[in-house]
Design a binder for this molecule. Structure first.
Ligand SMILES: *[C@@H]1O[C@H](CO)[C@@H](O)[C@H](O)[C@H]1NC(C)=O
Ligand SMILES: *[C@@H]1O[C@H](CO)[C@@H](O)[C@H](O)[C@H]1NC(C)=O
Length: 297
């Protein structure tokens, strides 16, 4: 099963989405998180955990930075279906502004309710005329299983400003090339849009864990992991790392240790280094903007 880092959700019905602020992801920790354990990242400021639910179903989880008004990461399980039919509406998470709001609200381009909902999160008007795309952490592309699963990705809590040529260029190539992903952003020190309300991240990253711990027989040792990071700039490249050497200064643990059936410890979701190595080579061979950094020994 592919585990990915990202966040948001909850959809009730036509025009209403319900957000669920859930400290420590208590409501969805058993859904998307490898080994039912949230990643440990250092230096998160003003972060809030959101279980992204639509109707009765959780679709992903998001750690949201209410100060920079961008997500730190969204975490999801990759669906292997792909489709092109997109949902164009947008949703905000009213519980970030006030816990008493019961449900998530569809937000139109004309009415962004910035005074109400914009205090702790970005809204559409922040992006209008900024020159940046609303970049998804958890992309619609990976969620063609149901319309609700695609809708759920269009919460503005799952969005950060992304340079258009990067979003529509190599990052799109990467997303279509890779299946199990964890994608996230790193806030920049001094890049903002909307008069300083919304941070423009310096990088987008994805950490992928193919979790084979639940498989039978030999397949049990076929899991693999890798990290991918690209600068949020024109003419960007994607650098590929082993999880061990990925984000070493900001991350304590992306994927928890796992004790296998023989009592061996699998670290960083790296069940099978050879498999990881082969998959990374295959991905890297598809485009010369993929650059393998220190990978496996
Ligand atoms: C990227 O290129 C476009 C078009 O040349 C330009 O308008 C934009 O400012 C550039 N963005 C960055 C972040 O350099
Ligand atoms: C980016 O690529 C375009 C062509 O796609 C080229 O015209 C431009 O000079 C490049 N910019 C940089 C900063 O390399």
């Amino acid at each position: 099963m592919m585990k990915i880092l990202e966040s948001v959700v909850i959809f009730l019905s036509f025009n209403f989405v319900k957000l669920e602020v859930s400290p420590n992801f208590a409501k969805c920790i058993d859904k998307f998180f490898y080994m039912n354990t949230a990643p440990i990242l250092q230096g998160l400021v003003g972060s809030t955990q959101i279980c992204q639910r639509l109707g009765n179903q959780y679709y992903y989880a998001t750690e949201y930075d209410t100060k920079n008004r961008i997500p730190y990461y969204s975490l999801y399980t990759l669906s292997f279906d792909k489709c092109g039919s997109r949902y164009d509406g947008w949703f905000v998470e009213p519980q970030l502004a006030d816990n008493n709001y019961p449900s998530m609200v569809h937000i139109s381009r004309a009415n962004n309710n910035i005074a109400t909902f914009g205090r702790k999160q970005a809204v559409n008007v922040d992006y209008t005329g900024s020159g940046f795309d609303r970049g998804h952490l958890n992309p619609q592309l990976y969620h063609c299983e149901t319309e609700d699963s695609r809708k759920a990705t269009n919460s503005l809590t799952n969005i950060a400003p992304q340079v258009s040529s990067f979003n529509q260029g190599i990052w799109n190539v990467f997303e279509t090339t890779l299946y199990d992903i964890s994608k996230s952003v790193l806030p920049s020190n001094d890049r903002f849009i909307s008069n300083g309300r919304v941070n423009v991240p310096d990088h987008y990253w994805t950490a992928v864990c193919c979790d084979s711990s639940g498989a039978n027989g030999a397949l049990r040792n076929e899991g693999w992991s890798a990290g991918f990071v690209g600068g949020n700039v024109n003419n960007s490249s994607i650098f590929i790392y082993s999880i061990q050497n990925f984000l070493p200064t900001t991350s304590t643990t992306l994927f928890a240790d796992y004790q296998d059936q023989n009592g061996n410890t699998v670290k960083n979701c790296l069940f099978n280094p050879t498999k990881a190595y082969n998959i990374i080579n295959e991905i890297a061979s598809t485009d010369d903007r993929f650059i393998k950094e220190d990978f496996f020994v």
